[in-house]
Design a protein around this ligand. Structure first.
Ligand SMILES: C[S@@+](CC[C@H](N)C(=O)[O-])C[C@H]1O[C@@H](n2cnc3c(N)ncnc32)[C@H](O)[C@@H]1O
Length: 275
């Protein structure tokens, strides 16, 4: 599918001198879309907690299971905000593995992610990956207007993204804007780094390691994370560590490090908008 709005290249060049949160995550996932500066930032996080890489994998795997679950429930439109590199497994491959006719639209503000989206990776299904910023949800909705049928349910995927939006930018309000046009039966698939279950010194160390990256990371409590799901009914098992949300035989399921005392917890849940 063609980009509905040809955007000027503008500032859309990856900067190899500044670690980017998308490329650091790619390094955790052992992808190939990152620079030495990203490897160094990832290594600084891993030095603080050996859980960094497994947790990134658990998070991606949670997103995949939740998208597959939505697709199997008949949801035919997936909107993935802050989708990250579209390497397999992604929301794209997860949805199209169930039904190649499902519409998947990804957004990310990272130029390297957007460039990867223009490669052949997305040729096998119905969808597109556009440049979009959570800080401007109105522009995202404008881009979605010609693509999404808002009278039908949508799965809105926002995994490990709002932790990069500081309190003073009101991530709860930004998400409310994105959720605005969603029909009853739509789903919110969301995960977020949590202070509940992460050692305080690990929170401080990881937040410090992201200080010089393109965005800073902010851990939040489960109570603050649950507030993103306001007005939805959570599917079982509710808000849990991402690896505990309906665990299945996914690629990284066995990867539990044997390092007590330095645990990182990313919490995730799926909320359904009532009829
Ligand atoms: C940790 S990765 C998670 C990727 C993917 N959602 C997943 O769960 O596998 C965070 C992603 O959010 C993107 N991101 C961060 N801040 C953003 C913003 N303000 N607008 C759009 N994307 C953003 C980053 O570029 C990156 O790709």
């Amino acid at each position: 599918m063609d980009d509905p709005r040809e955007r000027p290249a503008g500032d859309a060049e990856p900067d190899p001198g500044v670690a980017s949160v998308a490329r650091i995550y790619d390094a955790y996932l052992d992808g190939t879309d990152h620079f030495p500066v990203d490897e160094e930032a990832a290594a600084r996080v891993i030095a603080r907690t050996p859980w960094a890489k497994p947790v990134a994998r658990f998070n991606r795997a949670f997103m995949v299971r939740a998208v597959e679950n939505a697709a199997r429930a008949g949801i035919g439109q997936i909107v993935d905000i802050g989708c990250g590199m579209p390497n397999d497994p992604s929301a794209f491959s997860a949805a199209w593995g169930v039904d190649p006719g499902i519409l998947v639209v990804g957004f990310d503000n990272d130029p390297m992610v957007v460039a990867r989206g223009r490669s052949s990776a997305l040729a096998s299904g119905r969808g597109t990956l556009l440049r979009g910023d959570v800080l401007d949800p109105w522009a995202i909705l404008e881009d979605l207007e010609p693509l999404v049928d808002w009278s039908r349910p949508v799965a809105l995927v926002v995994t490990a993204v709002l932790q990069f939006i500081p309190d003073d930018r009101d991530p709860w309000g930004l998400l409310r804007v994105l959720r605005g046009p969603m029909a009853p039966g739509s789903r919110l698939v969301l995960s977020h780094s949590s202070t509940d279950g992460t050692a305080p010194e690990v929170v401080a160390g990881v937040e410090d390691a992201y200080q010089s990256a393109t965005a800073q990371i902010k851990y939040r409590s489960d109570e603050q994370i649950l507030a993103f799901f306001e007005g939805t009914t959570l599917l079982d098992p509710g808000l849990v560590a991402v690896q505990d949300w309906r665990p299945g035989p996914d690629r990284w399921a066995g990867e539990i490090p044997d390092v007590p005392g330095s645990v990182v917890r990313v919490a995730g849940a799926v909320g359904v908008l009532p009829a």
